[in-house]
Design a binder for this molecule. Sequence first.
Ligand code: G3P
Ligand code: CA
Length: 301
Amino acid sequence: MITWNTLSGEAPLVIAHRGASGVLPEHTIEAYDRAIEMGADYIEPDLVITKDGVLVARHDRYLSGSTNVSDHPEFADRKTVKVGHDGADWFVEDFTLAEIKTLRARQPRAGRSVEFDNQYIIPTFDEVLALIAERSKQTGRRIGVYPETKHPAALAALGLQHDEPLLASLEAHGFNNAEDPVFIQSFEVENLERLNDLTDIRLVFLTETKPDFTKIATVIDGVGPYKKLLISNGQDTGFIREAHASGLTVHSWTFRDDALDPAFEDIDAEMKAYYALGIDGVFSDFPDTALRVRDIVKDTP
Ligand code: G3P
Ligand code: CA
């Protein structure tokens, strides 16, 4: 058994990125449930908001990539052009929840199985939390949730804000404070600053560049960097050490069996390198792989 180099000294968390999204269409109850079966510690829903103010699990505001909306002639006139998006598309904030429920999910990443396309509904955040509660009860292990507010400023400008419904749903399912297995993540620091005034739930700042750790440590509990900020061309950048020195936990993305860093010969080698450095959590599309490699590292003296 090894000693983990994580901030807490505990084993790193395996976060099911968009569910078991490597094998089933992302952000569906089926993909989250598969990840729970695999043994993931946390389930990651990305959250956007419907026209009638309901949080639903999608990575993007636009719907063409991950749903069959283009096959619905009744929605043809909703296709539109919006600032910040290339070309015309359908946008979640122009659909009521009832309308969203008529769509079915699709695998958005090329090269992955499309066998389960056009079958699964788009879940609300409450439905995701209900699944987590049910499975936690059945299995006797408390499964965590790791919601991301997607495009919070742009949606708030349309009168749709994440904060209140997000915190209300979490509270209703017993996720209230820093001791509960929940992290809220965002790429937008203004959203995290607002949430910091509203809740004790741990907050994680997502970033593609190295932040000023001492400055953001006053607002957040952890940082969620793109993985190559931690290891670049196979070399440790010192990011984890510096973040830990500021008391920040480090949860990085995205580990994918089918899209690994070419500096490594296979996904096992890639994940072992991050675990050895003391990463505190990994977002993986293949949580079974992340768990299997974590077990190998744990059992290697
Ligand atoms: O939230 C961690 C990671 O998911 C950030 O990237 O684009 O996959 O949401 P994205
Ligand atoms: Ca995410």
